[in-house]
Design a protein around this ligand. Structure first.
Ligand code: APR
Ligand code: PHB
Length: 394
């Protein structure tokens, strides 16, 4: 058995775990990050791609924003499309210059792994049989096996950054957690295509046939999504069928439609809203998807992970610097206030833009009225813009 000792044991090397490790390193706090997948898998996994202004600022201020500033695509607006017309929401104008940046989660994770490796602090991939224990004592433990050898890390605190399916939340006694959840009766079929984006900004479209989204990853790669059934069979979606459906749902009467190109990736994303409260049990703190999930329509998942770990890092620094645990005690409540506002926004965007099998003709007319209002009223557009570019982290 190999024994290790660290200050913060971090479970999971997604954006939450890696960014936390980095923020702690900058303050001279030691951590060990354990990840059950391989480095390549973590980097190549296709996930979200929209960073709020505050997430960009956090990455830049903490010294991991150089490539993001160079290669990220700053967008000052988005389009909402319905009835064959695209309507632009000028987010920068409505929020005194705030914007979003399109930069794939793969790139964020790549930059954070490079930064971690440069520090020489431990980051262990492909660990097995991970378990967390004794977090109701002053010395919690993470156990796992790595390269066939059992390991035990004793730490001051554990950060559960292991995503929705991770073991940290599941290790908390069910009686100590409250779960709030909604599963939506639809999903997204997403593709990446080698095609130059035919519009400079994202297009969210409501069509009689269902929702569609035009997004991008780079000047030569388009990212597109279609609303589909929750149990959709990908093998029924030949490339031609995907392009026809995207054309039907996205093309507008001014002749705009997405450029086509070779499809290099296809996948189905389920749609769920989920919150576990509180985000703490003793010396185990949950952050990111381990504690909450939003449907992707508001593009908030990665950004919530960033604001959680920022709060956690600040609270841990206060613990080590001044012995004061007030911020640790306030961590869950502070995060949850922002998380619930992002839940509200993501639910609102999702219900405004999807065709629900439970909706009747009244609901469909009301949806169009909602879009008509949101694209016509400066007050409504401002509300969308301030939420989409991100509410303050403080
Ligand atoms: N032990 C170690 N690592 C684990 C374990 C485990 N038992 N279970 C899961 N993991 C790893 C996963 O392989 C993954 O790399 O934890 C990591 C969690 O990362 P994410 O799922 O990306 O979650 P998070 O870091 O909270 O990032 C926020 O919000 O909407 C999403 O796409 C967005 O993935 C982003 C997320
Ligand atoms: C993406 O580019 O993957 C993306 C963009 C906006 C969303 C969700 C996903 O709302």
């Amino acid at each position: 058995m190999k024994q290790l000792r660290t200050q913060i044991g971090i479970v999971g090397a997604g954006p939450a775990g890696l960014l936390l490790g980095h923020l702690l390193h900058l303050e001279g706090i030691d951590s060990v990050i354990t990840e059950n997948r391989s480095r390549q898998y973590v980097i190549e996994r296709v996930r979200a791609g929209v960073l709020e202004q505050s997430t960009v600022d956090l990455m830049v201020q903490s010294g991991v924003g150089a490539r993001l500033l160079k290669e990220g695509m700053r967008h000052e607006g988005i389009y909402l499309s319905f009835g064959g017309m695209r309507h632009r929401i000028d987010m920068a104008d409505l929020t005194h210059g705030r914007a979003i940046t399109v930069y794939g989660q793969n790139e964020v994770v790549t930059d954070l792994i490079d930064a971690r490796i440069a520090t020489g602090r431990p980051l262990l991939f492909e660990v097995d049989e991970v378990a967390v224990d004794s977090f109701d004592t002053s010395e919690p433990v993470i156990r796992f096996s790595h390269e066939g050898e059992p390991h035990e890390i004793r730490c001051d605190f554990i950060a559960g950054c292991d995503g929705f399916h991770g073991i940290c939340r599941q290790s908390i006694r069910p009686a100590d957690l409250r779960i709030y959840e909604r599963v939506y009766p639809f999903a997204w079929l997403g593709i990446l295509a080698h095609a130059a984006p035919s519009c400079d900004e994202l297009v969210y479209s409501l069509h009689d046939r269902g929702f569609a989204l035009f997004s991008m990853r780079s000047p030569s790669v388009t990212r597109l999504y279609l609303q589909c059934e929750p149990d959709e069979d990908l093998s029924r979606w030949a490339d031609d069928r995907i392009w026809e459906e995207l054309d039907a749902r996205l093309s507008t009467s001014d002749g705009w439609r997405p450029n086509r190109g070779e499809i290099i990736q296809k996948g189905i994303t389920g749609m769920r809203s989920f919150v576990a409260e509180p985000m703490r049990s003793g010396r185990l703190f949950l952050a990111g998807d381990a504690a909450h999930i939003v449907p992707p329509t508001g593009a908030k998942g990665l950004n919530l992970a960033a604001s959680d770990v920022r709060n956690l890092a600040i609270a841990l620094v206060a613990h080590y610097r001044s012995g004061c645990d007030q911020l640790l005690d306030e961590y869950s409540d502070k995060c949850l206030r922002r998380i619930w506002k992002a839940q509200r926004f993501s639910y609102w965007m999702t219900s405004m833009l999807h065709r629900s099998p439970e909706a009747n003709s009244f609901d469909r007319r009301r949806q169009i009225a909602e879009l008509d209002y949101v694209t016509g009223s400066r007050a409504a557009m401002t509300s969308l813009a301030e939420n989409y570019t991100g509410l303050p982290m403080d």
